[in-house]
Ligand binder design. Structure first.
Ligand SMILES: *Cc1c(COP(=O)(O)O)cnc(C)c1O
Length: 417
């Protein structure tokens, strides 16, 4: 079922027309569909149901408390990359025993807090981090649960900024080095080695890099097993892509089947960390046209959302579908670049889109639920957008729009001349 659809030329999220949300809360704002999120999470859960597994939603894709709470109620685990994300998960009712902690730069205070609340596993990305964690756990009189994040050296075939599994990348530990560390496990008295982890990149649209990585991980698992080290889980990270334009990513069923087949009868609990694939298509960015600016070379629709609200086009050259909230039949379409008010030429949401527009029209930027709000900033002293969650006919403001005063609340002026 499509949770964003037109009825009589008007765009709805579930049973709510988007122009109503714009008039209640203003623009720009993000609008999410609860049913879409639940449907995607359930699809993953069903696909892996024949094997022991844990879904750990990658919080960085969209960390709004309401969304984390919806997922926590479904029984989801969480993949975090900072203590800030850990606190969000706890406040949203997430179970710390279903939390995995990834990231190359974990600070001592972050390790302590994660040990204190009893997370399920640290995904450790370097020997230096492992040594630090061993000390921190020792100081607290406990053992830290660990999976080494292995860098399987596969090309994920995605944008270079979101490919993380090549040997040149800052992420993870090489297969050889990881094997050496696992075999020296007795040298780390306050570490409990539970599993193996990898994450090769994001927006993957084919299975081959994932199954390549999986084969390499299973080879390592089998070698460790033969050397007497029994690990109990395999975390294959996130990364399943979504459809922004013409991509045709694997379904959760196809994705799960490839993994489960390769696993065979190894007694390994499978963990996956989907982010984008859960929330990406569950949200739109709603924006209003301020001006139409027609020049001899180009026509621009200047809108009230900008790169600070949605940085993906500027950062990754990402393509997002942009459609009017009310479709017009009274005007011919013109090719527009959709740009924001920020003082950067990179401030665009889309280019060369055929649209029939007048100033004041509302536009929806599709597939903006992941890495949209969570990557937004206050550049140009622009308050971050409101976030609205639709549940059937109900409209919930789950994050109010920031005010300008919020933005400088922590700043001070020198107290003398
Ligand atoms: C970003 C990230 C994810 C989620 O990636 P998606 O492409 O959103 O599924 C999962 N695991 C780790 C370690 C990550 O850094």
């Amino acid at each position: 079922m499509d949770h964003f659809s037109y009825r009589d030329g008007l765009l709805y999220c579930e049973s709510v027309p988007l122009d109503e949300i714009a008039s209640l809360f203003g623009t720009p704002c993000y609008v999410y569909s609860r049913a879409a999120i639940v449907q995607r999470w359930n699809a993953f859960e069903r696909s892996f149901s024949s094997h022991e597994h844990l879904l750990c939603y990658a919080v960085k894709a969209n960390s709004n408390l309401a969304i984390l709470n919806i997922l926590a109620r479904l029984g989801s685990g969480f993949d975090i990359v900072s203590v800030g994300e850990l606190e969000r998960v706890l406040v949203a009712g997430g179970d710390p025993q279903k939390v995995v902690f990834s990231g190359v730069g974990k600070r001592i205070d972050e390790m302590r807090r994660a040990l204190e609340v009893g997370i399920f596993c640290f995904n450790v990305e370097s020997l230096a981090e492992l040594e630090r964690l061993d000390k921190v756990a020792g100081g607290m009189g406990c053992r830290a649960p660990v999976a080494l994040r292995v860098n399987p050296d596969v090309d994920a075939g995605t944008h270079p900024y979101i490919a993380t599994g090549l040997k040149e990348s800052k992420f993870g530990i090489s297969l050889d080095e990881a094997e050496g560390i696992y075999l020296r496990h007795t040298q780390f008295p306050h570490i409990c080695f539970l599993g193996l982890d990898c994450h090769i990149g994001s927006q993957l649209t084919t299975l081959a890099p994932l199954t390549d990585a999986l084969d390499r991980m299973l080879t390592l698992y089998d070698r460790l097993q033969a050397n007497g080290l029994s690990l109990t889980h395999l975390d294959m990270g996130g990364g399943l892509g979504i459809r922004y334009q013409h991509e045709d990513p694997p379904t959760p069923d196809g994705y799960a089947a490839a993994f489960l087949q390769a696993l065979g009868d190894r007694p390994l609990r499978l963990i996956i960390e989907p982010g984008r694939a859960i929330v990406g298509e569950s949200g739109v960015l709603l924006t209003q046209v301020e001006y139409l600016k027609v020049t001899p070379n180009k026509s621009f629709a200047v809108v009230d959302a900008a790169m600070n609200d949605l940085i993906r086009p500027a950062l990754y050259d990402a393509w997002h579908n942009v459609e009017p909230v009310v479709s017009r039949t009274d005007l011919p379409a013109t090719s527009y670049d959709i740009v924001g008010p920020v003082c950067e030429s990179g401030d665009f949401l889309a280019s060369g889109r055929d649209l029939a527009l007048i100033a004041g029209d509302l536009l929806a930027v599709f597939a903006a639920g992941a890495y949209g709000f969570s990557m937004s900033s206050n550049y140009n002293t622009r308050p971050r957008a409101a976030e609205i969650l639709v549940d059937k006919t109900a409209i919930h403001c789950v994050r109010k729009r920031e005010t300008v005063a919020d933005l400088y609340a922590g700043e001070v002026i020198l107290p003398y001349n």
